[in-house]
Design a protein around this ligand. Structure first.
Ligand SMILES: Cc1cc2nc3c(=O)[nH]c(=O)nc-3n(C[C@H](O)[C@H](O)[C@H](O)COP(=O)(O)OP(=O)(O)OC[C@H]3O[C@@H](n4cnc5c(N)ncnc54)[C@H](O)[C@@H]3O)c2cc1C
Ligand code: SF4
Length: 328
């Protein structure tokens, strides 16, 4: 690892100023992704601005049941919070499905949202990769892409977004609060992450130096009936192959409203709006759930080695919805 300067400001404006003052500086949360990428030689920031003191680590429950979550809250603390477990179980389940206990104790909300893809070429500085080294090409398209995208990718990049938590936050329509050079602003998920287009090096809509200070979950009473289901290659400590975050509002024998987001299928956490539209007003039945999954999958364009994900998404969505409505 190359030498770097370490700073730890006590507030957000100082953090922004310190980042702006030093070319090549990066924010540091828990370091569980960034430090790995530095060790691998993918990133070489000259200064790390540790923001764990500048960003709040508090979780507030709003009177309407919504949540305000400081960007510095650790993944383990968020998953264990009673309001998260009771009102937004899909979020607690998504967090607990990720990484390991030790990593969740370190990882922060903001760092989790901004973690980079696990595409093997991205993590290997000796390989071409449009995301890590713009203009060098995308060897994954003809190479190892078994666990890469089937939706939303471009000729320039077929990577998937790795965060489980972001899938649940996308289903919940979370609002990301950002401190930018020109002042504070907000971004509603799924709008935080960008499809690659011809600029895969830009993962999000944030400008360089912008600091995430909080994530707000607007009240969604029926999210108490929600679930995160993840398929992975081994039972723990593995990134998603395919996942779904789903919440349903049942009324009599029909689905009145729902939220669905998918993980492991696209360069962004994927809000399944076509599936949601198909489900609203539909009878509670496996056939409705299958139709909803198929509606979303009409846009799928699997690569040569990952066609299995289409059937997997269909089955995982149907299974998660059956679980939610209590049909085994
Ligand atoms: C072995 C292993 C297995 C894993 N398995 C999973 C898994 O199954 N599912 C999953 O979802 N994740 C998994 N992870 C990833 C883990 O969840 C992330 O590494 C972690 O959430 C990143 O959080 P952090 O605070 O450590 O981020 P850091 O590594 O500190 O930072 C990540 C990025 O965020 C930026 N950043 C940090 N804070 C801010 C801020 N406030 N504003 C703006 N930018 C900021 C940094 O500059 C950096 O670019 C795994 C990690 C490892 C090492
Ligand atoms: S899929 Fe994206 S991250 Fe992977 S090699 Fe291609 S450009 Fe790089």
């Amino acid at each position: 690892m190359r030498p770097f300067v370490y700073r730890r400001p006590g507030d957000a404006r100082t953090a922004l100023a310190e980042l702006a003052a030093e070319p090549g500086a990066m924010y540091l949360g828990g370091g569980t992704n960034l430090v790995d990428l530095m060790r691998l030689g993918v990133l070489a920031p000259r200064t790390l601005v540790d923001v764990t003191r500048a960003c709040s680590d508090a979780i507030e429950v709003r009177p309407d049941g919504g949540l305000w979550i400081g960007a510095g809250v650790r993944n383990a603390d968020l998953a264990a919070h009673p309001a998260v477990r009771r009102r937004y179980p899909m979020l607690a389940q998504a967090l607990l499905s990720g990484a390991s206990g030790q990593i969740r104790n370190m990882a922060t909300v903001a760092g989790n949202l901004l973690q980079r893809t696990r595409c093997a070429y991205f993590q290997d500085p000796s390989k071409p990769c449009n995301k890590a080294r713009p203009g060098t090409g995308c060897p994954a398209r003809a190479g190892d892409h078994r666990n890469l995208a089937i939706l939303g990718y471009s000729d320039f990049c077929v990577a998937t977004h790795p965060s489980d938590m972001a899938v649940a936050l996308t289903a919940l329509g979370a609002v990301v609060h950002v401190e930018g050079a020109a002042g504070p602003y907000t971004v509603r998920m799924p709008g935080l992450h960008r499809l690659p287009g011809d600029e895969p090096e830009r993962d999000t809509v944030l400008e360089p130096g912008d600091l995430i200070i909080a994530v707000e979950i607007p009240a969604l009473p029926y999210a108490a009936c929600s679930r995160y289901r993840k398929v992975r290659d081994r039972a723990s400590f593995a990134f998603t192959v395919v996942s779904v975050a789903a919440a349903v509002d049942k009324s009599g024998g029909t689905i009145r409203d729902c939220r669905i987001a998918l993980g492991g299928v696209a360069p962004v956490p994927w809000r399944a709006e076509r599936a949601e539209a198909e489900l609203r007003g539909a009878p509670i039945a496996e056939a409705s759930f299958r139709r909803a999954a198929d509606a979303e999958l009409t846009a799928a364009r699997p690569l040569t080695e990952n066609g299995f994900k289409v059937a997997l998404v269909r089955n995982v969505v149907v299974r998660a919805l059956l679980d939610l409505v209590g049909v085994s």
